[in-house]
Write a protein that binds this ligand. Structure first.
Ligand SMILES: [Zn+2]
Length: 128
């Protein structure tokens, strides 16, 4: 992956502006800040709405891994010693924990589709 001349950050090729001379190896963020491109040209510089939509998609995909430990903690702290509900919830929790990776893999295609839909079109310059 190339790195930006100004901020030295490493990004995928999609995050760089097109052009030669002063526009070589400049990321979109620096390109906008130095006035090398207009905001319309830098379509891959995500606007606020698109950014939050992408974050939402990402959060929806990974939030389950936040809930599982939380539910286990709640079970241990609150309901473990309650008869017979402790046992019932333990079984539900076990099933949920075992099904989560399966569900995660199953939903992978949907996730990449959503992310592709939320990624602006970018035409790669020749030679890259
Ligand atoms: Zn930069």
């Amino acid at each position: 992956m190339p790195s930006c001349r100004f901020c030295s950050s490493t990004y995928p090729r999609e995050q760089f502006i097109h052009g030669n001379g002063p526009m070589t190896q400049v990321c979109v963020r620096c390109g906008l800040e130095k006035g090398l491109v207009s905001k319309e040209d830098a379509a891959n510089m995500y606007d606020g709405g698109l950014g939050s939509a992408r974050l939402q998609t990402l959060a929806r995909r990974y939030s389950i891994f936040l809930y599982i430990p939380l539910l286990w903690t709640l079970w241990i702290m609150v309901i473990k010693d309650v008869q017979p509900w402790g046992l019932y919830f333990l079984l539900i929790l076990l099933a949920l924990t075992l099904l989560t990776p399966v569900w995660f893999i199953y939903r992978g295609g949907q996730y990449s589709g959503d992310m592709a839909r939320l990624t602006p079109a970018y035409d790669r310059p020749k030679g890259h």
